[in-house]
Design a protein around this ligand. Structure first.
Ligand SMILES: [Zn+2]
Length: 246
């Protein structure tokens, strides 16, 4: 079996679709412009976007809020070396909203970039995508799953100090989806924008070195690394489709 056949054997993560990119772009634009949902100057606590994502997504609202930088979260992320300065939160009240169907939950995406935001546009979009993926991930949103032993097992370490950035954090099933999908989406888009050829992109995959903290964690587990590489391969095929066909 060659390297390509090997990586094609494992299942893929949640796909970054144009709808999700559209929402992430909207959030990024508003952050960079410093405006809220209503076009007013953005303040801490302000709503950046409030959007309903229909089935086949989660079927509930995604509410993106700019939060004041939280010292505890910051320290956790610095100490834990986590790469996302954002966090995801399920709405505590699962409110039934008649116009959206029964018992539709809202998901909060909290961003705590300090104003004014100086980050590179695509870095912001990547972390926003990471959190949006959590919002639509059935593993975090299906009530039947939340009560299972499987879920409990992966959740039990979450409140432990130092969880952020630990091997358990990076390899949690939902973090795998969020890291793999958002990172690969932005990486391949960047290659394409910068004129990296299809052949060069394929060469990159063949000898891709783990660089980011989560990549180094995934590289320790051959199956997880294959999952990462398979998704990278698939996204390269999609993005470079026109050139592959030509
Ligand atoms: Zn995450």
């Amino acid at each position: 079996m060659n390297w390509l056949q090997q990586i094609m054997k494992v299942g893929g993560p949640i796909k970054v679709t144009p709808d999700l990119v559209e929402l992430a772009d909207l959030v990024t634009d508003r952050l960079l412009e410093g405006i809220d949902e209503n076009g007013e100057p953005l303040e801490y606590g302000g709503c950046i976007a409030d959007k309903y994502l229909p089935i086949p997504y989660s079927g509930h609202r995604i509410i993106v809020v700019l939060q004041r930088p939280d010292q505890k979260q910051k320290e956790e992320n610095i100490h834990g070396n986590a790469e996302t300065p954002t966090w995801w939160q399920m709405n505590e009240q699962r409110r039934p909203t008649s116009e959206l169907g029964s018992s539709s939950a809202g998901c909060h995406v909290n961003l705590y970039y300090e104003l004014p935001i100086k980050a590179w546009r695509y870095d912001i979009r990547q972390v926003v995508l990471h959190e949006i993926i959590h919002c639509i991930d059935p593993k975090l949103n299906q009530e039947e799953l939340l009560n299972t032993k499987w879920h409990e097992k992966h959740r039990q370490t979450m409140d432990r100090p130092g969880y952020q950035g630990s091997p358990e954090y990076y390899t949690a099933p939902w973090e795998q989806d969020a890291y793999i999908s958002s990172t690969i989406y932005e990486m391949v888009q960047m290659w394409h924008r910068n004129g990296v050829s299809y052949n060069r992109a394929m060469e990159e995959i063949r000898s891709y070195p783990p660089q980011r903290t989560f990549e180094k964690e995934y590289a320790k587990n051959p199956q997880l690394w294959q999952r990462y590489m398979k998704h990278l391969y698939k996204v390269v095929q999609e993005v470079y489709q026109a050139e592959v066909v030509a």
